[in-house]
Write a protein that binds this ligand. Structure first.
Ligand SMILES: O=C(O)C(=O)C[C@]1(C(=O)O)C=C[C@@H](O)C=C1
Length: 102
């Protein structure tokens, strides 16, 4: 390899390392944020079970989806992806809520 090609490869490796450090930091934020969200939804599940409330609330979900799609657009994130992601999380929450009610 020439010196120029070596320099180029070293620059690319450094950039890749920097991006991966940011990705790891953001993944940790996502995991801690989800953990915190689940603490609240577990409390909501308990409350719903104690008061005989239905596990899911489609009207609330519609509001959340609309809000998230709007946020996603502002954050330069694909709104369809944001919607699918929230639905995925909510499905899991509803599964937990149903367990509380068993
Ligand atoms: O807000 C509620 O009623 C919840 O149970 C929480 C939550 C959510 O994960 O955001 C989950 C299920 C409902 O259908 C709506 C929202």
């Amino acid at each position: 390899m020439t010196d120029a090609a070596n320099d180029d490869a070293a620059r690319a490796a450094a950039l890749l390392r920097e991006h991966r450090e940011s990705i790891d930091r953001l993944d940790a934020i996502l995991v801690y944020t989800l953990g915190e969200r689940f603490k609240h939804t577990q409390a909501v599940g308990k409350l719903k079970a104690e008061h005989d409330l239905p596990p899911s609330d489609p009207a609330r979900e519609a509001l959340q989806i609309a809000r998230l799609e709007d946020l996603a657009k502002k954050a330069d994130l694909d709104p369809e992806f944001a919607k699918a992601f929230l639905n995925f999380i909510i499905e899991e929450v509803i599964r937990h809520h149903k367990k509380h009610q068993e």
